[in-house]
Ligand binder design. Structure first.
Ligand SMILES: Nc1nc2c(ncn2[C@@H]2O[C@H](COP(=O)(O)OP(=O)(O)OP(=O)(O)O)[C@@H](O)[C@H]2O)c(=O)[nH]1
Ligand SMILES: [Mg+2]
Length: 240
């Protein structure tokens, strides 16, 4: 029967880094079930950041990035001998279990994440994360816009109005009504990332009888991300 497992030999390209993007299944409904604060629920973001930390510890990616209900992991060491079925199923179920462990709630349905794999070369890495961060900003403007419009219109009217508006128009509408998106927390605009950072440690070398500086890396969760650029990814050794 083993030969019936026709997808089991599908593998990611050899010598390629990959990005795995997870996305919460029907989190629109989950947000309703759990009464998440609109447009941004701080507790939800805390939980998702913990999921990212768990993923980081388990699969040692170079970089993890999250906003809304999606998580992207950049991996250079490919697990499970590159087997696509294994990677997608284990990582998405690991994320869902981690989400449940960290979320202290009575769920109406078991939460799940979908998962996809994107092989990338080094030039794609910055492009990819810029693309997702732009999406985070669009999501931020739109969700604040819709929350504001729903406070002054019916839900249907608010949805119709927002569909016809450009990002700049929403920004201006909010500004004219006392909501300045430039002043809101950075993570709502730019998302959250988990990566390794170097810490400067001063020790004492007994043999040579003098102080000695060394560097130790630790896992850092960044709630104050800059706009992604080449310098940022070079600084944290994600690209050369
Ligand atoms: N209220 C609230 N909802 C959130 C928050 N973060 C994410 N969401 C919800 O998560 C949804 C994520 O969007 P999608 O992934 O496109 O929608 P989905 O319902 O998960 O659908 P699929 O991913 O296609 O299964 C948003 O539409 C919101 O409803 C939050 O901080 N507060
Ligand atoms: Mg989703």
């Amino acid at each position: 029967m083993k030969e019936y497992e026709v997808y089991s030999s599908l593998k990611v390209p050899k010598n390629s880094k990959i990005i795995i993007r997870l996305d919460g299944r029907s989190f629109h409904q989950l947000a309703r079930d759990l009464n998440l604060v609109k447009p941004y629920d701080e507790n939800f973001y805390n939980v998702i950041s913990k999921v990212c930390e768990d993923l980081f510890k388990e699969f040692s990616p170079l970089f993890v990035y999250t906003f809304s209900d999606e998580i992207s992991l950049l991996l250079d060491k490919i697990p499970f001998d590159g087997r696509i079925e294994k990677i997608n199923s284990v990582i998405s179920s690991f994320a869902a279990s981690s989400f449940v462990i960290h979320y202290n709630a009575q769920f109406k349905k078991p939460p799940a994440f979908d998962s996809r794999i994107i092989p990338v070369n080094d030039e794609d890495i910055l492009k990819y994360f810029k693309w997702r961060q732009d999406e985070s900003w669009r999501n931020c403007v739109n969700s604040h816009g819709i929350a504001y419009l729903k406070s002054t219109h019916s839900n249907n009217e608010a949805n119709d109005i927002i569909k016809g508006m450009k990002l700049n128009d929403i920004h201006e509408l909010l500004f004219a009504n006392g909501i300045n998106l430039n002043d809101i927390e950075t993570y709502k605009k730019r998302g959250i990332a988990v990566y390794r950072k170097n810490k400067r440690v001063i020790g004492f070398n007994k043999k040579e009888n003098k102080e000695q500086v060394s560097y130790r890396s630790y896992v850092f969760t960044d709630w104050e991300l800059p706009k992604f650029n080449e310098e940022f990814f070079k600084d944290i050794d994600v690209i050369k």
